[in-house]
Unconditional design. Structure first.
Length: 371
């Protein structure tokens, strides 16, 4: 970056050679004046009024116009002998808390770069002292033919100087605030707070100059021989009659805007399909003789009703007929022995009372009599 001023920072008896570099730049689109009939450039020529001829830059000097209109010439030599100690020096005069500086006074910003190897040590000393004290330095310096006021602060590893207006250059806000008595209700303040909370914060890096971008699109379209884009007509704003209604509408619109941005981010996000887990196949209950086993029915009954004495009553009733039919089925125990083992292994509630006594037919008879 090119320096615009070379000098030194005067910090008591310490002198720090520095260079002044612009910390900001303008990205605004500039225009030229042309003759609308033929597109020719309009140029301003420097002409002497007395001789009525154009003069070169070398022939041009400075002068002060007096109240009567007479010109008082001022040469560069006259300016070089001014008794100003800040002609080539940034003179620090005080250190104050940054809250003492009115933002209205702040102007252009400049980076102060150490000039040469010998300036590195005192430059670092001043930077660390400013950072540790949590204060800013107030300085006086001369730039572009006038003495100015400046504020030095730390920005990262560099020292930044902000040009300040002199206190008498800041106008008092007389006649700016409304002079009529206005009362603000607590409900209105609550809605204003809700609106501020809904709008929330923003990263300043996300902001950009939309007007400049639209202007560049117009220039690009006309350069390509195309019709420039046009913005849609905006509806005329209505007259606000109810402040509460306006605040409520603003809060509602801000929330909808926030929700819309969240939906847009969700739509722009990458959607990945997760692999589905394989579910184990359900076991089909086994049937005996074309009918569901007693154990399956008992499981369903247990799932519907809590395990209690009520659930055990049908089992008790079904067990009584089983005792009466023991004599009738004793002859068939040998033949149905295998069937008894299968039924005893599958049934839980019924098999508990009839284990080793009944067979599959005995269980079926018990179910019929209990019904």
């Amino acid at each position: 970056m090119r320096s615009i001023w070379n000098g030194a920072i005067s910090f008591g008896l310490v002198s720090i050679p520095v260079k002044l570099i612009n910390a900001t730049e303008s990205h605004s689109v500039s225009f030229r004046q042309i003759h609308t009939e033929d597109g020719g450039r309009i140029r301003y020529r420097k002409v002497c009024e007395l001789e009525d001829r154009e003069v070169s830059q070398a022939e041009i000097g400075k002068a002060y116009e007096d109240a009567d209109g007479s010109m008082i010439p001022i040469t560069d030599e006259d300016l070089s002998h001014l008794p100003v100690p800040t002609a080539r020096t940034i003179e620090i005069v005080a250190f104050v808390p940054q809250e003492r500086i009115d933002p209205l006074q702040m102007g252009s910003a400049y980076y102060l770069a150490a000039s040469g190897v010998t300036a590195a040590k005192p430059y670092t000393l001043l930077r660390e002292a400013l950072g540790r004290s949590d204060r800013v330095a107030i300085a006086k310096f001369a730039l572009r033919g006038r003495e100015r006021l400046g504020m030095l602060r730390v920005a990262g590893d560099a020292i930044v100087m902000h040009g300040l207006l002199w206190p008498d250059e800041v106008r008092a806000p007389e006649g700016v605030a409304p002079d009529t008595g206005v009362t603000v209700r607590d409900q209105e303040l609550d809605l204003a707070d809700a609106l501020m909370d809904t709008l929330g914060e923003i990263d300043l890096d996300d902001l950009h100059d939309e007007y400049r971008e639209a202007l560049e699109e117009v220039i690009a379209a006309k350069a390509a021989g195309e019709a420039p884009p046009r913005a849609p007509a905006e509806a005329a704003p209505g007259k606000v009659l109810d402040l509460m209604a306006a605040l409520e509408g603003s809060v509602r619109a801000a929330r909808e805007s926030r929700d819309g941005q969240g939906t847009k981010r969700a739509e722009e996000a990458e959607v990945r399909t997760l692999p589905q887990r394989e579910r184990p196949a359900r076991r089909t209950p086994k049937e005996t003789g074309g009918k569901k086993s007693t154990s399956t029915a008992a499981k369903k009954t247990a799932a519907k009703k809590p395990a209690s004495s009520t659930a055990r009553k049908p089992t008790a009733k079904s067990a009584q007929p089983a005792k009466k039919t023991t004599d009738r089925t004793s002859a068939r125990r040998t033949t149905d022995k295998a069937t008894d083992k299968s039924a005893a292994g599958k049934s839980t509630t019924t098999g508990k009372n009839a284990a080793g006594k009944g067979t599959a037919r005995k269980t079926a008879a018990s179910r019929k009599r209990s019904a």
